[in-house]
Design a binder for this molecule. Sequence first.
Ligand code: MN
Length: 609
Amino acid sequence: MLTIETFATDLRSYLEPSQIAQVKKAYSFADEAHQGQTRKSGEPYISHPLAVASILADMHMDHQCLMAALLHDVIEDTGIPKHTLGKEFDDQVAELVDGVSKLSSMFESRAEAQAENFQKMTLAMAKDIRVILVKLADRLHNMRTLDFLEPDRRRRIARETLEIYAPIANRLGMNNIRIEFEELGFKALYPLRSSMIERAVKKARGNRKEVVSNVRQSISTCLEREGIEAKVFGREKHLYSIYDKMKTKRLSFHEIMDVYAFRIIVDSVDTCYRTLGAVHNLYKPVAGRFKDYVAIPKANGYQSLHTTLFGMHGLPIEIQIRTPEMELVANNGIAGHWLYKTSDDSDSGSHKRAREWMQGLLELQQSAGNSLEFIENMKIDLFPDEVYVFTPRGEIYELPHGSTPVDFGYAVHTDIGNTCVACRIDRRLAPLSASLESGQTVQIITAPGALPNPAWLGFVTTGKARSSIRHALKNQQHSESVTLGKRLLERTLQTYQKSLADIDPDKLKKVLEDRRIPDLQSLLAEVGLGNQMAHVIAARLVTLPDNIDENEYHGPLAIMGTEGMVVTYARCCKPIAGDPIIGHISAGRGIVIHAETCKNMQDLRKKPE
Ligand code: MN
């Protein structure tokens, strides 16, 4: 088991003695505070903060960050207030610990006070990015000791890790931590799938061994011939990334395993490009697969040259070429940047970019007028395309950026989307078209028998919501047009002292055939939509010439139906309830209703139908 003494000794490699003394003091304080508490594993509680600090020390984080790691559960679990930490240590350490505590309670509390906690979290994030690093290290140690928890909690934590923590680590470029999150989370959440893939990988490894060693040998020989000093590694795919590829790219296990991956580490950027030339000479490159992330790094700072080659017998070979510095940044991401920021090395390549990355983040923090504005930017940075929102029961849903409560409703269940009438965001009534933000709790209010509104199509973003609304509207429009069509037709038939029931079936059949309409329901729908005129159909049905008195007063007609389906209110005069109104049938739109005084109706009055 790790002790504070060995830990402090390890710190000598990069911290000052005075800084190490402060770290030790933080340890003693935390040890005292957690006295008598134990982890689920039975170990004394202090073993956990020490392990968290050690994860951060491996990434060479500064002494304040390590102190915050040692103290991270003190406010939450022992009730020691923030200002005591401020007095005992310094304000920055106190802020960090406070930030981590708030972040923790945000994730651990469920339905209650979710929104408030999220705001605390965002403020904490705004103050210092190190809060997130401590939180990630905290989660990593908890994932490593997950086996001691009961199954339910284990699954919840594993899912949360895959859904929230792994993407954060990825966004910050912390590849090592992301991979460990994914591997541990996958094992805990899907033990069967993970062990099946693990077995298959072990089996495949035997067959691959020879190919891997042959390819590596030929690459090494080729580079030697060119006078390039390089380390060539065969890369194994991780279980979760295999699973993810099978799931998202619909590849078979063998399609994934038949790709051989290598990494070549060389001393300088210049050599990277020479190495690229050498391997392209050795095997034919696959067109369109070359990517230069050295000249144009990824948003999280990642740099490398990527290319794919056709090896012997057409085997695809994926190659990554990078320098040791790039390797460090690829593995540790923002933590690697942090290290560079405090050291005084030359301003070459990745150092400079790393500093710029941090600088950009800090400038963003300073220039933003308030912390919420900063968070908006920070959130976009962390989750460019997704928002995460909660159900009132605390379940997390991932939706595309710009999603609304209606999208959320459909994401939960089609029936909830179809019958939703209102919603609460963070317990306050909000419009259904509101744009959702990460951390909000969304409650959908449904009413039995409610139907989707066509206006929703104007603001929903998810494909699921869009297609479900269209589907529901189509059914709804059909039944409303049938009802309206029937009423229009019956009323016209009344002028002949007839009703639909009196019509001779043969005549009906003839009228349908003439117009190529399959059945009476469809005919009524066509009349309701205004594609067929009621008086023409009525005249045909009673076999009378078309010359009925069109000026005859038909009397009022009750209108009912959803706006935008077969009944539309005119935009010119915007009639409201209680206005005397007049309507006309418009092809394809059903009835358009105007105020009786509307000028636009004067022309139409000449054709009263
Ligand atoms: Mn903890």
